[in-house]
Design a protein. Structure first.
Length: 206
């Protein structure tokens, strides 16, 4: 696994591209889904099922949803998501998925400094990733839930376009949080002057 803090060899920081960032987010989404399922199972064992199905023989009679437990479970998963994403950005400057691809987050005004965000920007970035939409979808039902899920997918598409469209590869969520996503890239040396082999500069391989 790449370590965005201590890269080997000559390196320089460059903006992380959209495909790499999307791949890191996909890894995080899978990991968080697994952890969330375990958490929901534990909560169900602790307070009982959220959905109760009553049958008469082989026929389903009524389906009862405990709204109180639904809200509790949704808020618990929301807190777990915030702790995973924002906590990782504050503590290590990257989530597990981002670290695996050598990506780290830094304040935009000190991108060449150590990785990591403050809690305020980290929470803002987590919210801008669409957290409110998914929380609302978890509490909604029927067509409203499907509409919110669709809105969530559309919002991710908007974020992806915002990252890919600009030359700085900075998305809407990055701008709102005042953050940049960067990675280490190998460097090469090229001559500054055709008359001197001693004047060299490092140029990022993009």
């Amino acid at each position: 696994m790449s370590d965005p803090r201590n890269p080997p060899g000559p390196r320089c920081l460059v903006a992380a591209d959209a495909p790499g960032r999307a791949a890191g987010f996909a890894i995080d989404a899978v990991l968080l889904t697994i952890v969330s399922l375990v958490a929901l199972t534990a909560l169900s064992l602790a307070h009982g099922p959220v959905v109760e199905v009553r049958r008469t023989g082989d026929v389903i009679g009524t389906v009862r949803v405990d709204q109180g437990l639904l809200v509790l479970d949704t808020l618990a998963i929301c807190a777990l998501s915030a702790l995973y994403f924002a906590g990782s950005w504050v503590r290590w400057g990257a989530t597990i998925g981002q670290r695996g691809l050598g990506i780290s987050l830094r304040p935009a005004d000190s991108a060449d400094g150590p990785p990591g965000l403050r809690w305020g920007p980290a929470i803002v970035r987590w919210l801008a990733l669409g957290a409110p939409i998914w929380v609302a979808a978890g509490l909604a039902d029927g067509n409203t839930r499907w509409g919110l899920w669709s809105a969530g997918v559309l919002w991710y598409a908007v974020l992806g376009v915002s990252v890919s469209a600009g030359s700085s590869l900075t998305g809407i969520h990055d701008r709102l949080a005042g953050a940049v996503a960067v990675r280490w890239a190998e460097s090469i040396r090229t001559s500054l002057s055709p008359h001197s082999d001693d004047e060299l500069e490092e140029v990022a391989l993009r």
